[in-house]
Design a protein around this ligand. Structure first.
Ligand SMILES: [Zn+2]
Ligand SMILES: [Zn+2]
Ligand SMILES: [Zn+2]
Length: 112
């Protein structure tokens, strides 16, 4: 399985994508982000969260230019939410606290 993101509307899918019904107009323009895996990566620019094997492809950031990927944590069964930016993650340990989009550090709250 691979992660795909549409460069036009920003939607992400892990299935072989269908080109139709792009919200941004007619056809989706899919960007291959790489193999699906068990690490949470988040782009510091566009905020996209990807469950990837390795750092995803930097191409096609919807915020412009290249994605700036941050490795947050391995995927697990614990649910963490940042009290500041609201991002929700499945993690096996407390995620990386650096670079909360709301400023400063993420404040992770274990939900389960
Ligand atoms: Zn699209
Ligand atoms: Zn990005
Ligand atoms: Zn945060």
């Amino acid at each position: 399985m691979k992660n795909y993101q549409c460069k036009k509307c920003g939607i992400k899918t892990e299935r072989q994508p269908n080109a139709f019904n792009c919200r941004a107009g007619t056809y989706h323009d899919w960007n291959d982000l790489g193999e699906v895996g068990c690490e949470n990566y988040r782009c510091k620019k566009c905020g996209l969260l990807v469950e990837s094997k390795n750092a995803p492809s930097p191409l096609g950031c919807t915020a412009g230019g290249y994605h700036n990927w941050q490795d947050l944590c391995p995927i697990g069964t614990d649910v963490y939410q940042c009290k500041k930016c609201g991002i929700l993650l499945y993690a096996s340990k407390s995620p990386n606290a650096f670079d909360c989009p709301s400023g400063g550090y993420h404040q992770w709250n274990k939900m389960n």
